[in-house]
Structures are given as structure tokens and as C-alpha cells.
Design a protein around this ligand. Sequence first.
Ligand SMILES: CC(C)(COP(=O)(O)OP(=O)(O)OC[C@H]1O[C@@H](n2cnc3c(N)ncnc32)[C@H](O)[C@@H]1OP(=O)(O)O)[C@@H](O)C(=O)NCCC(=O)NCCS
Length: 152
Amino acid sequence: MAESDLRLRLATLDDAAMLHAWRNDRHTREASRTTDPIPFEQHRAWLEACLADPNRTLWIAESTSGPVGTVRFDQGDQAELSWTVAPTARGQGWGTRMVALALNEVSGTVRAVARGNNVGSCKIAMANGFQVIDDDGEWVTFERIVGEEKTP
Ligand SMILES: CC(C)(COP(=O)(O)OP(=O)(O)OC[C@H]1O[C@@H](n2cnc3c(N)ncnc32)[C@H](O)[C@@H]1OP(=O)(O)O)[C@@H](O)C(=O)NCCC(=O)NCCS
């Protein structure tokens, strides 16, 4: 499917149940810093705070057949991009493509962090021009400079 058949839209509170299901998926939890399942109310409060945070952007990636994943961008001293592909949409190239779309929306020095054994995410980062800047044996930190760096 062409990249134009995939788009990013901003997440809303209506996405709470879907994002909660993706977040509590076993593989998502294994890839996360916090591996315990999260109760729905806690997740909803997190999403509400996310949507109100001016330094955070949360997108839903949608193909013509529906939502396939989510990408989060955190601005600040250390900008970071993170992502999850819907459990039923994995292994079809969506992760690589939705991260490419998100990179079109951001600029500056952006990091991404993945467990070293998360081959899919490490490949997504490398395919999108990130370089490894640290590997502590458990977590790999990637960095990419996107677009024009603002000069002081
Ligand atoms: C990891 C994850 C993001 C991959 O998304 P995806 O859409 O399946 O990835 P893609 O289809 O774009 O695949 C990218 C590459 O990784 C490879 N890959 C994907 N999943 C893989 C897996 N589980 N094991 C080994 N390789 C994998 C693909 O074969 C592809 O390789 P290629 O470029 O050499 O062809 C997705 O499985 C996921 O959301 N997992 C749970 C949550 C998670 O890990 N979040 C990221 C935290 S950093």
C-alpha cells in the first residue's frame, strides 16, 4: 500500500479504549519501561493529561481500513518519538511508514529508545535515519537530526 494510504490524525479521548487495549497487549508491555497492565481509568487519566500537554503530540496512524498504530512526540530539552503498532497490524510495514510520517511533522534533534531485543523497533528507527548513540545492553538510544536545527 502506498504511503499516501496512511495518514496521521491527532488522538482524542474517544481513542481511550483502543489505546488501552494496545497498551495492555503483552508484546507492547514487554517493550515498555512499565510492564504491568494498566487499569482503564488510570490509562484514561494519562490520555487526558497527554492531550492537554502542549509539549506532547499523540497521533493515531490510520490506513484505509482503520487505525494501525500510534506515535507520540515529546518536545522539551530532549525530544523523543515513540510508537506502537496495533497488535493485529504488526509485520506489514505500518510501523516504518507511520514513523516516517511523524518525522515529517517534527524538527530538531529527536531521540527514540527501544529495548535492544526489540528487533522490529530497532529496524524501524534505522530505516528512518536514526543512528545508535547509546546501547547499555538492555536499552538502545537512537538519535536523528530532523530538518533545520533552530539556531539561538
Ligand atoms: C515493534 C513494532 C513497533 C514493529 O511494528 P511493525 O509495523 O510490525 O514493523 P514493520 O512491519 O514496519 O517492520 C519493520 C522491520 O522490522 C522487522 N520486524 C518487525 N517485527 C519484528 C519482530 N517481532 N521480530 C523481528 N523482526 C521484526 C520487519 O520484518 C521489518 O524488517 P525489514 O525492514 O528488514 O523488512 C510492533 O511490533 C509493536 O508495536 N510492538 C509492540 C510495542 C513496541 O514494541 N513498541 C515500540 C517500543 S520502542
